[in-house]
Ligand binder design. Structure first.
Ligand code: ATP
Ligand code: MN
Ligand code: MN
Length: 368
């Protein structure tokens, strides 16, 4: 096994798809600061600086030892000057003054609150911030704002949605989704993707991939009464479409960003109940949970599974690697060889890694 090999910094690939990154991060002190920096740059729509910190975070997550002196990062990829400055300060002071400044920054604090609402992204946050709004209370109080259907649901179920989804809740929802899908499509395959497939114990949502072997097309998956909110995006995929070369390409599958009502007596709603209910009021015995449902044709299943399992950084690096090292274009639907001008078919993730000339990386090693 690789554990036996000595660690050589200069041999570490700049691509996270050539590294095995588990959830054992011994450099959290650094990566947390990097992620704050990256998020702030994302809020400023500075993709280059944001990616610089995300790549650096991903390299340190992979390191099998904690960084304690500058010498420890010598020879590692993705360690630019901005990144090194933050590392140096954390080594010396125990924390990063830059990350701390960001956490206290008015704009960052507002954007952080705004984007915590389902349906609110950087663009909407920018608009609200420019209008002089600073907190969610101010947003809620502003009756002139025209909220989308998604955002209204986001505010309505806010408390539930900001509390993390546990593995137990993911398992419970998984049963419901499987049973429901099964009544429509008895042969359908339902797979949990996203963070839970990578072994995470909590998540902000639960991601499902649904495919139906055989010729039948999927029709109706939205179950009234089960989904509290469902925004269905119809498939826009065109046959033989050349994959998109964008780093963060959205795909064209039929998908549904939903909120599911999980009815369970054991569900922890303590924060919700104390804030909303008086002692006379009924106890809320359900929890709103964010669920992403993606429906894929069977031939594209392996590509969709790879794309939706993430991590986001792992996916970005896979596409960057394919493009720059293999002259291929990868997205959640297909892999296209630009030189041979052919699509490479794959029935499993293993085959996709093989097409790319990469060693297979298990889902729990994709926590880049
Ligand atoms: P979390 O626990 O926060 O949910 P996660 O890794 O599951 O972590 P998600 O945001 O649920 O994060 O995304 C899961 C994967 O699906 C990621 O690899 C991401 O790139 C991909 N993904 C998310 N949204 C889309 C989208 N609209 N189109 C295509 N891919 C997406
Ligand atoms: Mn997820
Ligand atoms: Mn998701």
């Amino acid at each position: 096994e690789s554990e036996a090999l000595p660690f050589i910094a200069s041999k570490v690939s700049q691509y996270s798809c050539q590294r095995k990154t588990t959830l054992n991060n011994c450099n959290k002190k650094f990566t947390d600061a990097f992620e704050i920096m990256a998020e702030n740059y994302e809020f400023k729509e500075n993709e280059i600086f944001s990616l610089e910190f995300l790549r650096a975070a991903s390299v340190l997550k992979f390191l099998p030892f904690p960084v304690i002196r500058m010498k420890d990062i010598q020879g590692l990829p993705c360690m630019g000057d901005r990144v090194k400055d933050v590392i140096e300060e954390i080594i010396e002071e125990g924390e990063s003054s830059r990350a701390k400044e960001v956490l206290n920054d008015e704009r960052y604090k507002s954007f952080k609150q705004f984007t915590s609402v389902f349906g609110v992204g950087v663009k909407t946050s920018e608009k609200w911030y420019r209008m002089g709004l600073r907190t969610l209370e101010e947003v809620k109080a502003d009756k002139t704002l025209k909220l989308s259907k998604m955002q209204k649901a986001g505010f309505l179920y806010y408390e539930d949605l900001v509390s993390c989804v546990s593995k137990a809740e993911a398992d419970a929802v998984s049963l419901i989704v499987r049973n429901t899908v099964c009544t429509f499509l008895p042969d359908a395959l339902v797979t949990i993707t996203g963070g839970f497939r990578r072994g995470k114990k909590t998540g902000h949502d639960i991601d499902f991939l649904i495919t139906n072997p055989g010729p039948r097309e999927d029709d109706e998956l939205l179950q009234k009464g089960l989904l509290l909110y469902c925004d269905v995006i119809e498939s826009t995929f065109l046959k033989e479409q050349i994959p998109s070369r964008k780093v963060d390409a959205m795909d064209n599958f039929q998908k549904c960003f939903a909120i599911l009502k999980l009815c369970q007596p054991g569900v922890d709603n303590s924060s919700y109940n104390t804030s909303k209910n008086t002692d006379m009021a009924e106890v809320k015995d359900w929890k709103a949970i964010r669920v992403d449902l993606v429906i894929t044709p069977f031939e594209q299943y392996a590509y969709a599974l790879l794309g939706w399992t993430g991590s986001r950084q792992f996916g970005r690096d896979l596409r960057r690697y394919a493009n720059h090292e293999k002259k291929m274009i990868l997205d959640n639907h297909a892999l296209y060889d630009r030189e041979k001008r052919i699509f490479l078919k794959a029935g499993s993730e293993e085959e996709i890694f093989a097409h790319l000339g990469l060693d297979y990386v298990e889902p729990w090693e994709r926590n880049a």
